[in-house]
Design a protein around this ligand. Structure first.
Ligand SMILES: [Zn+2]
Ligand SMILES: [Zn+2]
Ligand SMILES: [Zn+2]
Length: 86
């Protein structure tokens, strides 16, 4: 008996790719959740919107910018990452 597991995989990976606008590009957690370092969503784990249009958890961006490989670039589009002034 053959199990059609292939189709399951296709569906799973498709779902992973789609909500790009709704998840942090660094930790891949949805924006209504927190970054991996925080337990509670809300003011303690705010979102940052970059001028390139990508958004991330503040904490994720802080960690990312501090890594040498980031070179100050957005991890999604590799443009210089600048915050939208509030
Ligand atoms: Zn994040
Ligand atoms: Zn956080
Ligand atoms: Zn970007």
């Amino acid at each position: 008996m053959k199990v059609r597991i292939r189709k399951w995989n296709a569906v799973a990976s498709w779902r992973w790719d789609v909500p790009e606008d709704d998840v942090c590009g660094i930790c891949r957690v949805q924006f209504d959740g927190t970054c991996p370092n925080c337990r509670f969503p809300g003011d303690d784990c705010p979102l940052l919107v970059g001028k390139c249009g990508h958004s991330f958890h503040l904490h994720c961006v802080n960690d990312w910018i501090q890594t040498e490989s980031s070179r100050g670039l957005c991890p999604m589009c590799r443009q210089k990452f600048e915050f939208v002034a509030e």
